[in-house]
Design a protein around this ligand. Structure first.
Ligand code: SF4
Length: 547
């Protein structure tokens, strides 16, 4: 009997979960496991693969079961893929004719095309069932009792996460696929209703996976070839396994056991990063947070980012939206992460904070933007490092307070000015501090091909690297920073083969620029660094050169 089940990954992005390539979300892996438990042979396809090869719809028709996972509840722009739109989802639902068709994931919370627009819950046509609740559990219930609903239960999903781990080998980015790991679901700040815009409180109060369950999944993923991991599916990694209360204190020994256990389960891992970290947890429990950060740094890989949901520096907006942290708490948390994580290893800081701002929240005024800018100026003047500043307009979901209480459309001009301010006045000096000229970035993988190729390192919020050379897609190279763009760095492959580089690349060399390109080319080939220096002078990238 035909037991093929196709999983179509329309990609997910939630406040505490990323599944846009090169990331693969835990939903895909647990759904694959549930399918295997029902005797299916799961095949995996991404929405981008289907867009590029529409004839693959014929393969979908031959399957017995078709499961789509999709839904974006935070607005974002992605280099690695484009999430399925509602129109595409419905078209696919109608086009695929052979198998039973089900769809699950955060799409069940609603759909919006972009930030600044309301996400409305609507009927998704073309499918036999909408999997509500936890996709893998709802699928299991659907296959056993024809009931496409079910809440998260780690006692059931943990075994499927192991059984389904082999699905990663079908991901187009394999072996560079980034496995998003789940450690917890739900948010303790939900005790007072949660932040006005956030969908994570829909999952209830925090539930934590056990360390043996997480490490067993990591071991299975590693056996199947996974080398890149992000512990990203939780609202606050420092609260892992913590007690009750709205802002529980970190328990460093649990983080040490968790991250040490992941290392032991995946001895060949190349990336181990984190994501969301609540700045209020750090500011309110400074000593425990420092110990917890040290535990993570002991076991992770460098270039890591602790993303702070700051949202605003305006106390009035914090109060109006029940946000988790005040401006001074965020500032203190930035200082502490800099003190614990600012040291460099493999050329880059161990762990830096990232800042997320959300605009158009209730209570926002023009002054809110002044306060945001003053806050970022203060961070810059204090000499602190921040890896990235992310600015979004809220995407209000039905069931959140921001759905009815927001300031969308009221401060558009000031919003755009704020973005400009950050790009021009904050991003560039921060990049210059974090990635000075001469920094060698390891394992940059090319994701966009062209005369100017773009790549990134595997990781949490990796810097975009522009290389002024045509490099084949998926090439992996070390690269040395030679300049900075607004939100990217310009770099050249290491070793820098000065005698082979085209003029378009030579002009980026420090000390060369447009003026000396002709002189450098005229004097080639250089036999050693001394000969090159006579033309271009000394520079921070000399150690990366080859003659
Ligand atoms: S602290 Fe706020 S933003 Fe973070 S997960 Fe909880 S409700 Fe969402």
């Amino acid at each position: 009997m035909n037991r093929t089940a196709v999983i179509l990954d329309g990609y997910v992005d939630e406040p505490a979960c990323l599944g846009v390539p090169p990331y693969i979300s835990p939903y895909i892996r647990t759904v694959a496991g549930a399918l295997i438990a029902h005797g299916f042979s799961p095949q995996y396809l991404t929405i981008d693969q289907l867009r590029n090869e529409p004839l693959r719809t014929a393969d979908l028709n031959k399957a017995r079961l078709f499961v789509m996972i999709a839904g974006v509840t935070v607005p974002g722009k992605y280099l690695g893929g484009t999430p399925a739109t509602l129109t595409e989802i419905q078209q696919i639902g109608h086009m695929v004719r052979g198998p039973k068709k089900v769809i699950g994931g955060p799409i069940g919370f609603g759909y919006s095309g972009e930030g600044g627009q309301k996400a409305v819950r609507q009927v998704i046509s073309g499918f036999d069932a909408l999997l509500t609740g936890e996709p893998a559990i709802a699928l299991d219930n659907y296959l056993t009792e024809n009931d496409p609903a079910g809440l998260l239960d780690y006692a059931r999903t943990d075994q499927w996460s192991i059984a389904g781990s082999g699905i990663i080998a079908q991901h187009p980015d394999f072996p560079y696929v980034m496995c998003e790991l789940e450690t917890a679901r739900g948010c303790s700040h939900g005790a007072t209703g949660g932040c006005s815009f956030c969908t994570e409180p829909f999952y209830g109060m925090p539930r934590y996976r056990t360390i043996p369950a997480i490490t067993a999944e990591v071991a299975a993923l590693h056996r199947h070839g996974a080398r890149h991991f992000r512990v990203g599916r939780q609202p606050d990694i420092l609260a892992y396994g913590a007690g009750s209360g709205e802002y529980p204190a970190p328990e460093p020994e649990k983080l040490d056991a968790l991250f040490g256990g992941i290392r032991a389960a995946a001895p060949g891992l190349a990336t181990l990063h984190i994501d969301n970290t609540n700045p209020a947890t750090i500011a309110r429990h400074e000593d425990a947070a420092r110990e917890a950060l040290r535990a993570i740094i002991r076991h992770h890989t460098s270039g890591d980012v602790a993303a702070f949901g700051m949202e605003t520096a305006d106390p009035a907006v914090v109060a109006a939206n029940n946000l988790k942290a005040q401006e001074d708490e965020v500032f203190r948390a930035i200082e502490i992460v800099n003190e614990e994580g600012g040291k460099r290893r493999d050329n880059v800081p161990e762990l830096l904070p990232g800042l997320n701002f959300v605009c158009s929240l209730a209570g926002e005024t023009e002054k809110t933007y002044d306060l945001n800018e003053q806050f970022l100026d203060r961070v810059l003047k204090a000499g602190l490092l921040v890896r990235r500043v992310n600015i979004r307009q809220v995407m209000p979901f039905e069931g959140t307070r921001v759905y009815t209480h927001n300031t969308l459309g009221k401060h558009e001009r000031r919003f755009r000015q704020f973005k400009e301010f950050v790009r021009n006045r904050i991003d560039l000096p921060m990049l210059q501090r974090v990635f000075p000229v001469g920094t060698v970035l390891k394992d940059v993988r090319i994701e966009v091909e062209g005369d100017l190729s773009f790549g990134r390192q595997p990781g949490s919020y990796p810097i975009l690297v522009g290389l002024p050379l045509r490099l084949p897609l998926r090439t992996v190279t070390d690269a040395v920073v030679v300049d900075w763009g607004m939100r990217s760095v310009t770099a050249l492959p290491v070793p820098v083969r000065i005698n082979d580089l085209p003029a378009s690349a030579i002009r980026w060399l420090p000390g060369v620029g447009k003026k000396k390109v002709a002189a450098v080319i005229a004097k080639r080939p250089f036999t050693d660094l001394a000969a090159y220096r006579k033309v271009a002078g000394n520079s921070a990238i000399d150690a990366s050169m080859m003659f």
